[in-house]
Design a protein around this ligand. Structure first.
Ligand SMILES: CC(=O)SCCNC(=O)CCNC(=O)[C@H](O)C(C)(C)COP(=O)(O)OP(=O)(O)OC[C@H]1O[C@@H](n2cnc3c(N)ncnc32)[C@H](O)[C@@H]1OP(=O)(O)O
Ligand SMILES: CC(C)C(=O)C(=O)O
Ligand SMILES: [Mg+2]
Length: 564
């Protein structure tokens, strides 16, 4: 078996929804929906080892902490683990007053009764009833006509109504899902929902939740939005229903479908953190909430410490959050490639200088700091990287702000190291490459400053007098110039025969908070016209400049040796 040359023999295009005056494309999302997490139900039913009570409790606490107010805690009739967890949670008093727990049940009398039993003692709760309504399920799963399938829902709704009446101390909300809504005839979904409403008699003050699942995502997200708009426009007593969305991600557009359907008028979104759930998962609540956040809308969910959220989700689901998962993945705020690094570094620079409250850093749709991620990890260096990358790392790690031309000079050293090692370079690799390239390390070089003094003559001439180790042996040297640097340059020429002319010089204090040292950078030209860079770091800025000259002299010495 292989892929078909004519897939239309096996698969058909999804039909259009019969509305021509659809409104959703002209709307924008301006407020968050009601969120329901189904991590403990749809997520839990899709993992290899369903969560035990310890993990379920930990997940529940996380959901409460991030601000989820409606939580589907399980499927009570699935077995003792589920039932005991739900009933234990309800009776523990750990459900905050502003949080609604929800349970799911098939439309079967015994299962509905078990579901209500699990919620005994709850102040308030949602009981969620479902049955599939689309042709394939009607014909293949139930072997029933439309009327019989509608009757499954009606019978279940009656049991729900009666069970609720037996526990009047609980404020009940009813939820009904025409499962497989996305692949069902819209008018039949409406017919079944109306029949359920007929039994449960919702009012605007006490509405039913009608949840419209894309149980299997079968079309482009605009089709789901059309289906939801059609449903809402044709539902009698719309104001007695909360319209809820439940998308899956079979085509990879579960979040997009929920977003467009929200524009179509829905009120509520069901999903899982990081999109766990059946097959390719449910709508990812983190992605959808943070998509809103980056449009300037407070989603009412708090992901300020997204790494802690990931840690708990990975622990409970025993599934990793993909490194490229929107907003949360380990690599989504990381740039390895040169042009991205360059733009991000400039973006952070401009952000700091302009103090602009609006976020305009290229390639980063959100400020990682808002989610508790540090800036340090944003730029990482490998063989695809450019100057912006290692310059950023040196600045973050060592406080060095290399002049642009020096970055170009250092670039081949980094490139060589990345190619040789064939892996990502970490901050200490780059620092080592820098120390080697500019002889900043304390040993193994030709010229090493021991100490020096500077004096002036009456006409302003500076005199450098010092001791320099040459190949390990201290040597007393001196020279004159009209400044400290030129006096060191003439010392080097007189003592060692190295002729260097200064082209560029800059210095800065190392990044505040690190220490009180300073860095000096120096570009020199040799007598055969070659450009050389030196760098000196010292607690004293003048000494840093002397070290920078010796750094360039060490390079000049190596060049002279190589030429011999
Ligand atoms: C899209 C979704 O995610 S739906 C949620 C799915 N989640 C789960 O199923 C997890 C928990 N489920 C379970 O532990 C088990 O399925 C149980 C304990 C609830 C029920 O187990 P069983 O009694 O063995 O039934 P099973 O789940 O295999 O269902 C099969 C029967 O239920 C019927 N059925 C399935 N769904 C429904 C429904 N929503 N309403 C009424 N009947 C249904 C089927 O037609 C089938 O009937 P048949 O035996 O006459 O052919
Ligand atoms: C039970 C329903 C809402 C469901 O999970 C689905 O249809 O995907
Ligand atoms: Mg589902």
């Amino acid at each position: 078996m292989s892929m078909l040359s004519d897939p239309s023999a096996k698969y058909s295009a999804f039909p259009q929804v019969p509305i021509t005056d659809r409104q959703w494309p002209t709307r924008t999302i301006t407020a968050p929906p009601r969120w329901l997490s189904t991590d403990l139900r749809d997520g839990n039913q899709a993992i290899v080892d369903p969560m035990d009570a310890h993990k379920k409790n930990r997940f529940f606490d996380l959901l409460v902490e991030i601000g989820v107010k409606e939580i589907e805690v399980g499927f009570p009739s699935a077995g003792a683990t589920e039932f005991d967890f739900i009933s234990g949670l309800v009776q523990s008093g750990r459900v905050p007053d502003d949080v609604l727990v929800q349970v799911l049940t098939q439309s079967r009398e015994d299962l509905i009764r078990t579901s209500f039993a699990s919620l005994q003692g709850a102040k308030q709760a949602i009981v969620h009833l479902y049955n599939a309504v689309s042709p394939a399920w009607r014909e293949v799963v139930f072997g029933m006509t439309k009327d019989q399938v509608r009757e499954i829902a009606v019978t279940g709704a009656k049991v729900m109504r009666d069970e609720a009446a037996k526990q009047p101390g609980t404020k009940w909300t009813f939820q009904y899902s025409p499962e497989t809504f996305s692949t069902a005839e819209l008018d039949f979904s409406l017919e079944v929902c109306e029949a359920v409403m007929g039994v449960l008699a919702p009012t605007p003050e006490h509405p039913i939740i009608l949840n419209l699942p894309a149980t299997v995502e079968a079309a482009t997200p605009n089709i789901y939005a059309d289906q939801v708009e059609y449903f809402i426009r044709n539902l009698p007593d719309r104001d007695s229903a909360v319209i809820s969305l439940h998308t899956h991600n079979d085509r990879g557009t579960g979040v997009a479908a929920a977003e467009l359907a929200l524009m179509a008028g829905a009120d509520r979104v069901e999903g899982c953190l990081f999109g766990n759930g059946e097959r390719t998962g449910n709508c990812c609540l983190v992605t959808m909430a943070l998509n809103m956040y980056t449009q300037g809308i407070n989603p009412d969910l708090d992901f300020s410490n997204i790494d802690r959220v990931i840690e708990t989700v990975e622990y409970c689901n025993e599934l990793p959050v993909h490194q490229r998962h929107p907003y949360g993945g380990e690599l989504v705020y990381t740039a390895f490639s040169g042009s991205h690094q360059d733009a991000i570094k400039k973006g952070f620079g401009a952000h700091e200088v302009q103090n602009d409250p609006q976020w305009r850093v290229p390639y980063l749709p959100i400020d990682p700091a808002d989610l508790g991620r540090s800036y340090e990890a944003v730029i990482r260096v490998n063989s695809q990287s450019g100057k912006g990358g290692f310059a950023w790392v040196l600045e973050q790690d060592q406080g060095l702000k290399l002049p642009k031309k020096m970055q170009a000079d250092f670039s081949p050293h980094v490139q060589r190291m990345a190619d040789e090692l064939g892996r990502e370079l970490n901050a200490s690799d780059i620092w080592l490459a820098f120390q080697q390239a500019y002889h900043v390390q304390t040993s193994g070089k030709q010229f090493q400053l021991v100490d020096y003094e500077e004096s002036r003559t009456s006409d302003g001439t500076r005199i450098f007098t010092g001791r320099i180790e040459v190949g390990g042996t201290p040597q007393s040297v001196s020279g004159r110039g009209n400044g400290l640097i030129s006096s060191v340059l003439s010392t080097i020429e007189d003592a060692f025969g190295l002729q260097l002319e200064i082209v560029d010089y800059s210095e800065h204090a190392l990044t505040a908070g690190r220490d009180s040292r300073a860095a000096a950078y120096l570009e020199c030209r040799t007598n055969d016209g070659r450009s050389l860079w030196g760098c000196g770091i010292d607690e004293d800025i003048a000494t840093a400049s002397v070290r920078a000259v010796l750094s360039a002299a060490n390079s000049a010495h190596l060049l002279a040796q190589a030429a011999k």
